[in-house]
Design a protein around this ligand. Structure first.
Ligand code: BTN
Length: 295
């Protein structure tokens, strides 16, 4: 029998928090449709900057590109209300701020190397453990508030993820092979968000971008990006100030991608050599994602 998940003890999160803004007020719910939706409603009613909406489970958790985000008990699902004084065009930077904060919190707490995959995924051992959904409210072209929604697959069995996702997604429990103290994790996440959000507010986005780049293990690799308008393949060379991905195509041209799904294509030189020896075939494909295509 699967043991029932113990509800989050918000007082324990508060005890170890020590932040000035982020998480000073935490609204906890057993179940919500989506923490982002409630955070947006509260922000529209003047909730303070740093207010956190936290739910044990979400029935209609949302991901990027209007996808469903599976949110069973044992995850850490929350949204933070931010009121940055920035131009609307710079709001996507907050996704980078949050992804650096999450990767740092996970690496510091556990003996795991967390990486970032463009645009907003945090990976452990090459699989996604966290997604971030940033939403904004505007009046004309003025930014009123930002809601940063963070979903960490923390203390639940990988089997609770749909089988179609299990090749690309995992949980901290699955990687660590031990239970995760969700209160300690949430407290660490909120602290790191405060650290990086403060840096951001001080105009130090360049420092955060530097950290983002150093955590983005895919930079320099072959990638395939599925955009709304088509698919492109090339080498991921950088991310610009607004979080857009720069992809160098085979003809040398550099394309800027602002939205899409990224797959990292690993160069499988070793496999190529083995195959040549064993099958004496020509190996044409330089890039492959855990698969070898022979032509
Ligand atoms: C993604 O990778 O597609 C983003 C996933 C974001 C999920 C979080 S869970 C908390 C918050 N509430 C939501 O409905 N979505 C975000």
């Amino acid at each position: 029998m699967v043991p029932k998940q113990k509800p989050l003890e918000v007082w324990r999160v508060k005890q170890s928090l020590g932040t000035r803004t982020i998480g000073r007020s935490i609204l906890y719910f057993r179940e919500l449709a989506s923490t982002n939706d409630v955070a947006k409603e509260l922000a529209a009613e003047d909730a303070k900057e740093g207010t956190v909406v936290l739910a044990e489970t979400q029935s209609e958790g949302r991901g990027r590109l209007s996808r469903r985000w599976i949110s069973p008990a044992g995850g850490v699902w929350f949204s933070v209300i931010l009121r940055p004084e920035i131009e609307l065009k710079h709001a996507p930077r907050l996704t980078l701020v949050a992804s650096v904060a999450v990767a740092k919190a996970i690496s510091k707490l556990f003996s795991l190397r967390a990486e970032i995959k463009w645009p907003n995924d945090v990976l452990v051992n090459g699989k996604k453990v966290c997604g971030i959904l940033t939403e904004v409210k505007t009046r004309g072209d003025v930014l009123e508030f930002v809601v940063v929604g963070v979903g960490v697959n923390a203390d639940f069995d990988v089997e609770l993820l749909p089988s179609s996702l299990r090749d690309s997604a995992t949980t901290l429990l699955g990687e660590l092979k031990r239970h995760v103290d969700r209160e300690v994790l949430l407290s660490a996440l909120l602290r790191e968000i405060e650290v990086y959000y403060r840096l951001f507010s001080w105009g130090k986005f360049d420092v955060i971008l530097g950290e983002w780049r150093s955590l983005a293990g895919f930079l320099g690799s072959g990638v395939r990006v599925v955009e709304e308008k088509g698919i492109l393949e090339g080498t991921a060379v950088d991310v610009d100030e607004e979080g857009a991905l720069m992809v160098k195509l085979r003809d040398g041209a550099v394309r800027k991608v602002t939205s899409g799904d990224l797959t990292v294509l690993r160069v499988m030189k070793e496999v190529s050599v083995i195959l040549r020896k064993t099958y004496e075939v020509e190996f044409y494909n330089t890039y492959a994602l855990y698969q070898v295509d022979l032509e």
